[in-house]
Ligand binder design. Structure first.
Ligand code: SF4
Length: 783
């Protein structure tokens, strides 16, 4: 843990610098770009019935959108206002009234016709609801009836047949902590959270490479570092205020490099609304793009490392920080031997990047005195996600870019709860303050005073699959309790997921809104519980940002949904109903008590107990983890790990497909059009030459298909690496195989090999050609 403290927000330069402008034409006229003013006015209109409360949420609360982290309108990186349209778009979830009774109790088939966006717009869940098979409508029930039914069912099943899930948007550390503790109190380790499908490999990789499970640095390290690398990350779209930090970085001479198959327009140029010269003329963000193949990152990084070792042969110290390696790392000899045996041709084919371009990147980093690596799901959502991230760590270690100013590795988080969820123990591999291992189990058992089950819990994807096990199987899931989450629109193979959801006896959806998953039948009953937002919860709550800042968000005065309850209070009551004789062991009456217990359960969070007022914040671990190169590993050293080239399983003649985000927040879609490239949700981004080779013209109807599903869309010419296409997530999930997980972190694979054809050709041949071809594909293609 570092001794240096974060210095607090810094100032932006006041004078403009035309060198970084996108264009001298004001407001990007004629360019495809987000319309911030129009979008903001739309949000004002949406919230017009509750504007004072909306204003208080924005000025007093901690953002419930992404994990960049902001309290009110202030962050810890830069002085000046911090606000974005992502936060504004989720604002309505907090201010809208309850769903009208007539609509809520309308025919379930009518509700099912609505998209999740329309369901969301209906309003908040007002009171507990129940629906049994054959019921055409939700029935209002009391809290007592709801919780007693849930408790009675949980008492009747084996704890291994019980699974919990918590989403990551808006949920506080207090709720993650009580959720994780509740699961263990009830005897199950089947507890997971939404970070499973975005950043679980970041934690497993950073743990094995550096002994840490979080970003080693701060956003301020972006500002003035020599090289800032975004790898498989479109931070400008997903964490919009990060563009302000990028602007500040450019002004200090930082070079920004993007590595991604698609030349993301949002990372090319951005109009930062709160910076006058950028709002007017835009800011050129990326200095260079390396358009790798989907799944080609490991090969690219191996090529860079191979170049470094060759440079070292010629001139020792010209590429690798030999002092850092001598004092703080191990494994260099096996890494050298590994890359020396790799063939350049193979590296070029796998990565899609030429040897010369790899040398350019290797030289840029070799000449840099500092560097920060930032990544997101472009690296994590693969069968080899952990290996991807360990490769990034290899680069950082070899250059000594760890544990000092302007240096570090940063998995940038998408949801406000992604960083805190695992640190609070709400996943099957974690307990508060550490791993799910003997030492931690014993430590927590002493603190909690009850026995923690010792068996390994399942990740959420496996828990859902376990709903399909035979009735007498000890892991057949019979009760699935989810706080938020919409599995139909986040998991691969939605049709299969629907069957899983239907095959569970009792499903509990604790949420603020309805979504398509809530409407799926269960075998015995679906119970819906109305939850409070983070701004309504008694005693406030905390959330942890990407850079490990723990922010306090107070309870904010405003209208309330009469029967909605704090999620941690629901857990406490349920615990007492399932185990009345032991209820004293799971007893919190105030949020402050939870924070006090967190401070002991997770020693990194010592300090959380003092957070009480709006604006209160502290950073756990200090400014830099691994400060001065000393890692929290047994021997204090970082590990260099040889990483094999993955087989992406792309047969010749097929495309490799990945999924991307548009104007949305996770599965919540805010616009049918991507403001950065004008693409529709069913557009297929394809290189023009690839398209032409298949006789496909721009905007023509196409069918993308494989053994798992069929996707009908429109071709959109795009500047992407040839052989690679992308579609929007979650619409494209029909093409993603179910049950394929990364072996260390359990993240689902979100890429697949596919065939792309003109729609008329596909449709004219589908009854004859594909029926027979499926089996052949299955054999060579399955993961
Ligand atoms: S960038 Fe993220 S933290 Fe900042 S306002 Fe937007 S959604 Fe909230």
């Amino acid at each position: 843990m570092g001794k240096t403290k974060h210095p607090g927000p810094m100032k932006l330069p006041k004078t403009p610098d035309p060198k970084h402008w996108v264009s001298p034409i004001p407001f990007g006229l004629g360019k495809v770009k987000p319309k911030h003013i129009r979008d903001t006015m739309k949000v004002v209109m949406e919230n017009r019935d509750n504007l004072p409360y909306a204003y208080r949420i924005l000025t007093q609360g901690v953002c419930d959108g992404c994990a960049l982290g902001v309290s009110g309108l202030n962050d810890q990186t830069l002085k000046g206002p911090h606000l974005c349209t992502t936060r504004l778009n989720v604002l309505r979830l907090n201010t809208m009234p309850a769903i009208e009774e007539a609509v809520l109790h309308s025919d379930i088939d009518e509700l099912r016709k609505m998209k999740s966006k329309e369901l969301r717009q209906l309003g908040r869940i007002p009171y507990p609801l129940s629906r049994k098979p054959g019921d055409k409508k939700f029935r209002r029930i009391t809290w007592d009836e709801a919780l007693n039914k849930i408790a009675s069912k949980i008492r009747r099943i084996d704890p291994k047949q019980l699974a919990f899930f918590l989403t990551a948007r808006g949920i506080t550390n207090e709720v993650f902590y009580t959720g994780g503790k509740l699961a263990r109190f009830l005897g199950t380790n089947n507890i997971d959270n939404a970070s499973r499908i975005c950043h679980s490999p970041s934690k497993t990789a950073l743990k094995r490479s550096l002994g840490i499970g979080a970003s080693s640095c701060n956003y301020q390290d972006w500002i003035g570092t020599d090289v800032l690398i975004f790898w498989g990350s479109v931070a400008a779209n997903n964490q919009p205020v990060s563009t302000k930090y990028m602007y500040a970085a450019k002004r200090k001479g930082t070079k920004i490099i993007c590595i991604n198959p698609y030349r993301e327009p949002a990372m090319d140029g951005y109009w930062v609304p709160s910076i006058p010269d950028s709002a007017l003329f835009g800011t050129k963000i990326a200095d260079d793009f390396y358009q790798v193949n989907i799944g080609g990152d490991i090969a690219f990084m191996n090529g860079v490392i191979k170049h470094w070792f060759e440079m070292e042969e010629e001139l020792p110290g010209s590429a690798i920080d030999l002092n850092f390696i001598r004092d703080h790392a191990k494994g260099i000899d096996s890494l050298r031997e590994h890359v020396e045996n790799l063939d350049w041709k193979e590296l070029e084919i796998s990565s899609g990047i030429s040897k010369i371009r790899m040398l350019e990147f290797a030289t840029l980093l070799a000449n840099a005195k500092s560097g920060v690596f930032v990544w997101s799901m472009g690296l994590t959502q693969h069968r080899f996600g952990t290996d991807n991230i360990s490769q990034v760590a290899n680069l950082a270690i070899l250059r000594g870019f760890i544990g000092r100013k302007y240096c570090g590795v940063m998995p940038i988080r998408g949801h406000s709860g992604v960083q805190g969820s695992g640190e609070m123990g709400a996943d099957p591999f974690s307990l508060p303050g550490g791993e799910f291992d003997q030492t931690n189990i014993e430590r927590l058992e002493k603190l909690w005073n009850f026995e923690i089950p010792k068996w390994q819990g399942d990740i959420v994807g496996v828990s859902l699959e376990n709903a399909m096990l035979p009735e007498d199987h000890e892991r057949k899931i019979n009760v699935f309790y989810t706080s938020g989450g919409n599995f139909l629109e986040t998991m691969p193979d939605p049709h299969f997921i629907e069957k899983c959801l239907q095959n569970i006896d009792l499903r509990v959806h604790q949420d603020i809104i309805l979504n398509s998953s809530t409407l799926v039948d269960a075998k015995e009953e679906v119970i819906v519980l109305p939850a409070m937002t983070r701004y309504e919860q008694r005693g406030g709550g905390t959330s942890t940002s990407t850079e490990r800042m723990v922010y306090f968000s107070p309870e904010i005065k405003g209208p309330r949904i009469e029967e909605a309850r704090s999620e941690w209070e629901i857990y406490v009551e349920l615990a007492g109903l399932v185990k009345p004789e032991e209820k004293h062991l799971f007893h919190f009456t105030e949020a402050e008590q939870i924070r006090s217990e967190i401070a002991v359960a997770n020693p990194n969070y010592d300090g959380i107990q003092h957070l009480k007022e709006r604006g209160d914040v502290f950073q756990w671990g200090g400014a830099w983890l691994c400060e001065d190169g000393i890692c929290p590993t047994e021997d204090g050293k970082a590990s260099l790990i040889p990483i094999e080239l993955p087989d992406v399983k792309k047969p010749d003649g097929k495309f490799y497909l990945t999924t991307r985000r548009g104007k949305q927040f996770n599965s919540m879609i805010y616009s049918e059009t991507d403001p950065f490239n004008d693409a529709d949700r069913y557009d297929v981004l394809i290189h023009p030459e690839d398209a032409r080779a298949h006789g496909i013209v721009d905007k023509e109807a196409v069918v993308v298909h494989n053994d798992y599903g069929t996707f009908q869309g429109k071709a959109k010419y795009a500047d992407t690496r040839r052989g690679n296409i992308s579609v929007y997530w979650p619409e494209g999930n029909v093409l993603i195989p179910k049950g394929v997980y990364e072996k260390y972190a359990g993240i689902p694979e979100y890429n697949a090999s596919v065939t792309v054809e003109k729609a008329d050709l596909y449709l004219s041949q589908k009854d004859t050609k594909y029926v027979e071809k499926r089996i052949e594909d299955l054999e060579q293609d399955i993961s």
